[in-house]
Design a protein around this ligand. Structure first.
Ligand code: GDP
Length: 444
């Protein structure tokens, strides 16, 4: 996600560390380097100009803070300016007073609209809403079917024209979908519309007709972050042709320069509301300008990590495991449960990428093989409950049986068991030093 930009900015700011005082010349030089980094990442020129001006004015005006050294002050200023161009406050969906809330999606073909419809539906359902997906992309041959597949995966029903009835009439379908939503008590309606490969008057007109038929509460413009410089023109064309109340950035997992997408808020005046970072339905989240700025500046995104952990972990189970850790009673069964919980949070690569300084271990992260975790889980699942509870009983013949059952080499089982004992011993020692895990410590 914005890797190139992130690398460049982090290195510019790292160069400042260790300087006692920053002269105006230091600040100018830093501003110049930031400017190059932003331009190389395709951030739009007017946005870069504003950004640099903001940073320079504030850095030279020396907002003196007792707590921060000069380099830290510049980092803080850059961070805050970045939050500002990304939109400042997090903008959340606004729901209609009288349901259903109508959300219309607009964007070019291939921008990820249909996938996003499923992601949004799943996310809303997870928050207790009862969404209805509506197929109004009747242009692309397979689009209705694709939305049905996505809807099934999200566990959300899809309203689509019956074969032979309304197939050529997306406006009619959109209108009828609202009746259906009221009838079946769906509180949110998500309308997928047709896109084209490029900006096209007919497409804009169709989207505007649908808009007029259903008066959406939110129109989300879906923007592929990988399209580079075209992002800004496309966003302006949709703003003028259809209008929108928020932006969704997709394909942020791509290693593209992506900076153009970062300009979209400032250029169109509309906030980025959601970010999509993969093909799976779970690869989707609210866009928080402050957290994104932290990530871009290599400061990690611990808040998102913590939120994901809260969803994935069973609090009671985690506390029990922490207590067992401290007393050396942790079993492979506990280990398996914890590991499964961690993996529910998403691919380990993504999780580690949210830690501060993750940029420095990027290569190791890229080479991390998620399959090695599958193998560990397979080994533990191949053990009997008694073996999981007390791995010491795993003798040579048991090892052979487990290896056969889980399809791995005996040496991998040896490795796992040995590492488990070492880790347990280490945890126990740490618990001894720090007065125990889980028990007694204050939590807030
Ligand atoms: P639509 O034409 O706008 O409806 O776009 P689709 O939803 O069909 O998406 C086009 C392609 O982009 C599909 O292959 C999707 O799997 C893929 N896609 C969508 N969102 C993302 C994303 O966030 N990351 C990645 N890597 N691929 C995505």
């Amino acid at each position: 996600m914005f890797d190139t930009l992130s690398d460049r900015l982090t290195s510019v700011l790292t160069n400042l560390r260790g300087k006692g005082r920053l002269s105006d010349a230091d600040i100018d030089a830093t501003a110049r380097e930031i400017r190059i980094a932003l331009l190389e990442a395709d951030v739009a020129l007017p946005v870069v100009r504003n950004f640099i001006k903001g940073v320079k004015d504030r850095a030279k005006g020396a907002e003196v803070s007792q707590a921060l050294n000069p380099a830290q002050q510049v980092i803080k200023i850059v961070n805050e300016e970045l939050v500002t161009i990304l939109g400042g406050e997090t903008r959340r969906l606004e729901y209609a007073k009288n349901p259903p809330t109508v959300i219309m999606l607009a964007g070019l073909q291939g921008s990820g609209k249909t996938t996003l419809a499923g992601k949004l539906a799943k996310w809303l359902a997870g928050q207790g809403h009862t969404p209805l997906l509506v197929a109004c992309d009747l242009q692309r041959p397979n689009a209705v079917n694709q939305l049905q597949v996505v809807g099934e995966r999200a566990g959300v029903p899809v309203f689509a024209p019956e074969p032979g009835n309304g197939v050529g009439d997306p406006v009619g379908v959109s209108r009828r979908s609202l009746d259906e939503a009221r009838r079946a008590q769906h509180d949110v309606v998500i309308v997928d519309t047709a896109g084209r490969l490029g900006i096209d008057e007919e497409m804009m007109k169709q989207a505007a007709d649908i808009r007029d038929a259903i008066t959406p509460d939110e129109i989300l413009f879906v923007l592929d972050a990988m399209i580079g410089q075209d992002a800004v023109n496309t966003a302006e064309a949709f703003r003028d042709g259809v209008g929108f109340s928020g932006v969704v950035l997709t394909k942020l997992d791509g290693d593209a320069r992506g900076g153009a997408a970062l300009s979209v808020r400032e250029v169109t005046g509309q906030p980025i509301m959601f970010a999509s970072s993969g093909e799976k339905l779970e690869d989707f989240d609210i866009f928080h300008p402050d957290r994104m700025a932290n990530r871009i500046l290599g400061m990690g995104d611990l808040l998102t990590l913590i939120e994901q952990a809260e969803q994935a972990f069973d609090q009671e189970q985690a506390e029990q495991a922490a207590q067992k850790l401290g007393t050396g009673q942790l079993t492979l069964e506990d280990f398996l449960e914890q590991m499964q919980a961690v993996r529910r949070m998403g691919p380990l690569q993504n999780l580690l990428g949210m830690l501060p300084g993750a940029g420095q271990i990027k290569d190791q992260l890229a080479n991390f093989d998620e399959k090695s975790l599958d193998r560990i889980q397979a080994i533990i699942r191949g053990m009997t409950p008694a073996e999981r509870a007390d791995p010491k009983i795993i003798n040579a013949s048991r090892r052979q049986r487990i290896a056969r059952g889980s399809g791995v080499a005996i040496s991998e089982i040896n490795d796992l068991v040995n590492r488990f004992f070492e880790a347990r011993k280490m945890m126990q020692q740490m618990a001894g030093q720090f007065g125990g895990f889980g028990g007694g410590g204050s939590r807030n």
